[in-house]
Design a protein around this ligand. Structure first.
Ligand code: NDP
Length: 269
């Protein structure tokens, strides 16, 4: 029998998730259907209940990750620390389990690209949902330090308080150089702008990544990083593929061929 999956959010028309999951299913000869479901404003719970009358699992995208966190009957540690859910699964007893594979997807993508987090000095620009979601998986890899720098400094300091060592929070304007990995977890690229950090910060780092993705693999931030002299810059497509692979594994118990998916969808791993 065909198993039903979908991505729920608003908007969803642009989402690559149905293509990625169809690619995974084809590779594993799995009989699944994966659709897009537009969630009307304030209508997450109703939409999700309707979906789970037949659906086995779904991904959640903006702006519904907090709603999905509240909707789930039980949660993974990653979902709990992120306070956001990007993957829901209907369990055998009919209850709904919520996980967050975004952060682990990002950490796994760094590994695939040969970028060592252990011992690294990491700078995260932004303190929204995506920044919060990648913190635990990065801390688990034992970096030497993680600085979270945000336009609204109080939000970065709140993350320092929540996570403790090795996380510290500061305002964007306080950022100085001395980082190995610079991660743009702001949504600035969506509006075509770059967070205001000095060029030296990027010139001195070994790699820069933007969590946002774009066809072709570069964003205003990755272009800016390369222009500043950063030797390696990439977008969030690898993270997208990896978080999808981890969702697929949670739903169906088998890890799909994510490397083939990187090649198919344009990643460079
Ligand atoms: P949120 O709305 O939760 O947070 C936005 C963050 O960006 C805040 O810290 C905000 O600062 C900051 N910001 C926005 N505009 C600017 C600007 N012009 N200059 C400096 N800082 C700015 O968004 P998310 O955390 O959910 O998403 C962030 C990014 O991550 C998006 O680009 C999204 O596409 C990407 N993402 C990618 C995924 C993937 O699979 N590749 C998965 C999830 C997210 P302030 O607090 O001061 O407002």
């Amino acid at each position: 029998m065909t198993s039903r999956y979908a991505v729920l959010g608003n908007p969803v028309a642009h989402s690559l998730s149905p293509d990625i999951h169809a690619f995974f299913a084809k590779g594993l000869h799995d009989d699944i259907e994966y659709g897009r479901i537009l969630v009307p404003e304030g209508g997450f719970e109703r939409t999700a209940r309707e979906f789970f009358k037949q659906g086995s699992g779904c991904n959640i995208t903006v702006p519904c990750k907090g709603d999905a966190f509240r909707f789930a009957d039980s949660l993974s540690d990653f979902a709990r620390t992120a306070q956001a859910v990007n993957t829901l699964k209907r369990m055998d007893d009919g209850s709904i389990y919520g996980d967050n594979t975004d952060g682990r997807g990002f950490a796994a993508d760094l590994k695939e690209k040969g970028i060592a987090v252990k011992g690294a000095r990491i700078l995260i620009l932004g303190a929204g949902g995506a920044a919060r979601g990648i913190l635990k998986p990065l801390i688990d890899e034992d970096p030497s330090s993680i600085t979270v720098a945000n336009r609204t400094a109080a939000k970065a300091r709140a993350l320092e308080e929540l996570f403790g060592e090795p996380v510290r929070g500061e305002g964007l304007s306080e950022v100085r150089g001395g980082y190995d990995i610079v991660i743009n977890a702001t949504s600035a690229s969506l509006s075509g702008s770059v967070p205001e950090v000095s060029r030296d910060v990027l010139a001195g780092s070994a790699c820069a990544c933007d969590l946002m993705y774009r066809p072709g693999g570069h964003t205003v931030f990755t272009d800016f990083a390369v222009k500043c002299g950063c030797p390696r810059a990439f977008d969030g497509l690898g993270m997208l593929v990896m978080q999808a692979a981890l969702s697929y594994e949670l739903w169906r118990g088998r890890m799909p061929d994510y490397q083939a998916a990187f090649r198919r969808f344009g990643g460079d791993a």
